[in-house]
Design a protein around this ligand. Structure first.
Ligand SMILES: Cc1cc2nc3c(=O)[nH]c(=O)nc-3n(C[C@H](O)[C@H](O)[C@H](O)COP(=O)(O)O)c2cc1C
Length: 304
């Protein structure tokens, strides 16, 4: 006999936020913003998930600074004008009974690319001619994503500190726009993940080296965001829980990081494997972190 009232459809409370069920709409890039500003697309698309019954609806990766976008079409939250444009999106999600989550993000060295339907690769001269100019991307070191791609600007310590402030400012603006939940995007080879992974972080200063050094940027961001984000509002972090590479970030690293994040007021880890790994793997990775560090009614991790 199927369960008449499965756990999935029961409410869940994290801090002061109660979702009517545990269906979470994952952050999904729409490439439909204008200079990072939400458009009619977002005002229709996101509330529609709430109308369909989801408990929590997340925005796509929303960049904390202009150069943190993957493409020219990504959402951003680097000015008050950006927050203002998100207010009706939040109102629409609330109007249909769901909680609204915002994913704070920085694409790092995976930034400055074409929208998928324009090629999904580096921006070209032709893109620049129609107004989509490429920009200098940043990361822990100068190594590009692919050998043929332009060099990356290795962030200085001052620039790293400024980025922690940018994440904090993003949190302030998310609050002003009315969001209930923030998720920090630390997965998928974007900026924070490249600091965590020994495959991409070869710095020899305080933000590189051993695991503590590589975790420092993530932990300072978590502290900065939590300082701005009210105590009664949940904070999530999305991790690539494993790199799926023998010399990469391992599940044991994620278990340690999850404990450090929990100590800094992070409530939920959305644990995934890196892009090249399969779904089954992601679920195993997520539940290992959850069992170790986030026991509780949500299972501590969602597969989003
Ligand atoms: C069109 C699309 C856009 C996505 N954009 C984001 C994003 O902005 N941030 C993010 O963390 N994941 C993003 N993802 C990954 C999804 O959130 C999700 O983790 C992935 O699709 C795996 O879940 P699934 O197996 O249910 O598809 C995106 C996925 C898709 C299909």
């Amino acid at each position: 006999m199927p369960d008449a009232n499965p756990l999935l459809f029961t409410p869940i409370t994290v801090r002061g936020a109660t979702a009517r069920n545990r269906v979470v709409i994952s952050p999904m890039c729409q490439y439909s913003a204008e200079d990072g500003i939400a458009t009619e697309w977002h005002r229709v698309h996101l509330p529609n998930f709430a109308r369909g019954g989801a408990g929590i609806v997340f925005t796509e990766a929303t960049a904390v600074e202009r150069i943190g976008r993957i493409t020219h079409g990504d959402l951003g939250i680097w000015s008050d004008r950006h927050a203002e444009a998100l207010r009706p999106v939040v109102a629409g999600i609330h109007g249909f009974g769901a909680l609204a989550g915002l994913q704070l993000a920085h694409a790092g060295r995976k930034a400055s690319t074409q929208r998928p339907w324009e090629g999904n690769s580096l921006l070209t001269d032709a893109d620049a001619k129609r107004g989509d100019a490429p920009w200098q991307v940043v990361g822990p070191t100068t190594d590009p994503l692919q050998p043929s791609w332009p060099q990356v600007h290795a962030l200085t310590v001052l620039e790293i500190k400024a980025l922690c402030d940018a994440f904090a400012a993003g949190a302030q603006r998310a609050l002003a726009a009315g969001f209930d939940i923030i998720e920090v995007h630390a997965a998928h080879g974007y900026l924070i993940h490249t600091f965590l992974s020994p495959l991409t972080n070869r710095r020899n200063d305080a933000y590189g080296g051993d695991r503590n050094g590589r975790m420092r940027f993530m932990l300072e961001i978590a502290e900065a965001v939590r300082r701005e984000w009210p105590n009664d509002k949940p904070l999530f972090v999305r991790l690539s829980a494993i790199d799926n590479h023998p010399e990469g970030w391992q599940i044991e690293d994620s278990v340690v990081l999850a404990a450090e994040l929990k100590a800094r007021g992070v409530d939920v880890i959305a644990g995934l494997a890196a892009d090249r790994s399969g779904r089954q793997h992601a679920v195993v990775a997520a539940s290992a972190v959850a069992r170790a560090r986030f026991p509780g009614p949500l299972g501590g991790a969602h597969q989003t």
